[in-house]
Design a protein around this ligand. Structure first.
Ligand code: ADP
Length: 475
């Protein structure tokens, strides 16, 4: 753990193991922190806040810029560690390190663009000035599916705004967090500005984050139930919250779309990170006239995929994070098949040879999915593409919006009017139109409804870490 500029062990030297999800092998151990360590880290962040919040935007920008450079110098090592600890293929891990680094550069730039305002006042002898100030100590909780970019997406804007940070990474991927904090250390950040607490049981640390009055902001990426619980506890202390939660993305393929292009995009985005992404499409609504072509092209692409360790160059799909994840995917597929769906490709665990040691599920295409099936309602977080047939635009927009989630949606159409109508009608924070990757450091990322609150990235991302202060002067 990294607290107040020191690498420290947990009380009593407690540690917990980290395993490779492709092989089940232990790859390291990290300190098992708890309430005491979280409290110490928050105190360090509080002590550092006074100095850090008074640095100039140019100074904070320089630290972030340096961290960006170091991160890119270490790109290959970070990517290899990520493949080993999280499971994604090396190429995807490299892309994630690059995406993660982008947030440091973007917020190095945005630090210098935190503007205030002057506002005409009601009295002639009065002046109004609005300034933006850092919210204070930030507590961040990050997930295992994007173990590096979710750190920089929070730490980048927080530091740029002048906040100090305590971060708890997911228990499945703490080693990536440790290496990211080595980057921050190498960038020369003053002690206490960023602090890392690792823990096997997230609850005690999480509870300290939401109850300690010093923490003014909770930023969380993870599941909807945990996000709601943290938000409700944070409300008792009126802390600010940003939440990036689950999703259940619809993927619409209209009769005027290029079915082949849509199927290629669908298979790429569906199996990215083995389906373990909150923006992963979870329901493929395909127009009746396109189903045959879409299914054939998608199945053809699935047949070419190879599962295995992310470090093997020929592998295109990695393992799921753990046994519970495999069991959840399996249960959803079995439920769908029992209710009449057909597994056109995949449909079961992969247990051949070395795959038996890891947590693998075959990339799967389910045809004939209907609203009665669990997979139609529940987030899968696995490599399964359920296909639902539709006939008209109003009907499909209704079905697409019929979910408590609202993160990402995808639309394939060549009709500009329809594209615009869909973009407006879909109750989702991110809409890809003939595009499967509408994300970048410069663009706001976030959801509506049960998918969360607030936005990360873009010029909006830094607002999450800023307070607005109005000063009225009599002159
Ligand atoms: P997932 O289902 O994707 O693992 P979680 O919401 O369980 O999602 O995990 C996301 C992050 O939230 C992880 O860092 C995890 O340790 C943390 N987390 C889980 N439960 C709690 C909790 N009760 N308090 C604080 N953090 C938690």
């Amino acid at each position: 753990m990294y607290i107040d500029g020191q690498w420290v062990q947990a009380d009593g030297g407690r540690t917990f193991p980290v395993t490779n999800p492709a092989t089940g092998e232990e790859i390291g151990r990290v300190p098992d922190g708890g309430t005491a360590e979280a409290r110490a880290a928050i105190a360090a962040a509080e002590a550092a806040f006074a100095g850090w919040s008074r640095t100039t935007a140019y100074q904070r920008s320089a630290f972030l810029y340096r961290a960006w450079q170091i991160m890119l110098e270490r790109k290959e090592d970070l990517a290899r560690l990520m493949s080993t600890e999280q499971g994604k293929p090396l190429k995807a891990a490299r892309n994630e390190v690059q995406y993660g680094a982008d947030f440091l550069l973007w917020y190095a730039e945005e630090a210098k663009r935190v503007y205030g305002e002057t506002i005409p006042a009601p009295r002639g002898d009065q002046r109004f000035v609005v300034l933006k100030q850092p919210v204070g100590v930030v507590a961040a909780v990050t997930p295992w599916n994007y173990p590096i970019s979710m750190i920089t997406r929070k730490v980048g804007p927080a530091l740029a705004a002048g906040c100090t940070v305590v971060l708890k990474p997911a228990e499945a991927t703490p080693l990536c967090a440790v290496e990211m904090f080595r980057v921050f250390e190498a960038a020369g950040l003053p002690k206490g500005v960023v602090n890392l607490v690792t823990a096997l049981d997230p609850k005690p640390v999480g509870e300290e984050f939401v109850t300690n009055p010093v923490v003014r902001k909770i930023t969380f990426t993870g599941s909807t139930p945990v996000g709601k619980m943290l938000a409700s506890q944070a409300a008792a202390n009126m802390k600010r919250v940003s939440l990036e939660l689950g999703g259940h993305a619809p993927f619409l393929v209209f009769d005027d779309a290029d079915a082949e292009h849509a199927a290629k995009g669908a298979s790429l985005v569906k199996f990215l990170n083995t389906g373990q992404a909150c923006i992963s499409p979870n329901r493929f609504f395909v127009h009746r006239s396109q189903v045959e072509r879409f299914t054939a092209v998608f199945a053809e692409r699935v047949a070419k995929m190879k599962a295995g360790s992310g470090l093997d160059d020929s592998v295109t799909i990695g393992p799921l994070v753990n046994e519970a994840a495999v069991a959840k995917v399996e249960a959803q597929v079995q439920d769908a098949v029992a209710k009449g769906a057909t597994a056109v490709a995949g449909g079961a665990r992969l247990t051949e040879g070395a795959l038996a040691q890891g947590h693998f599920f075959a990339p799967t295409l389910l045809a004939g999915v209907t609203p009665e099936m669990r997979i139609y309602r529940e987030e899968t977080f696995g490599p399964v593409a359920p296909v639902i047939v539709f006939d008209d635009e109003d009907e499909v927009l209704r079905m697409a919006n019929d979910t408590s989630y609202g993160l990402a949606a995808y639309v394939y159409t060549r009709d500009i009017g329809r594209a615009w109508r869909c973009m407006e009608a879909l109750r989702f924070g991110i809409v890809g139109i003939n595009d499967i990757n509408p994300t970048a450091a410069a663009a706001p990322f976030g959801g509506m409804k049960d998918s969360g609150l607030g936005r990360e990235g873009g010029h909006e991302g830094i607002d999450e870490y800023l307070e607005t202060k109005l000063a009225g002067f009599s002159v």
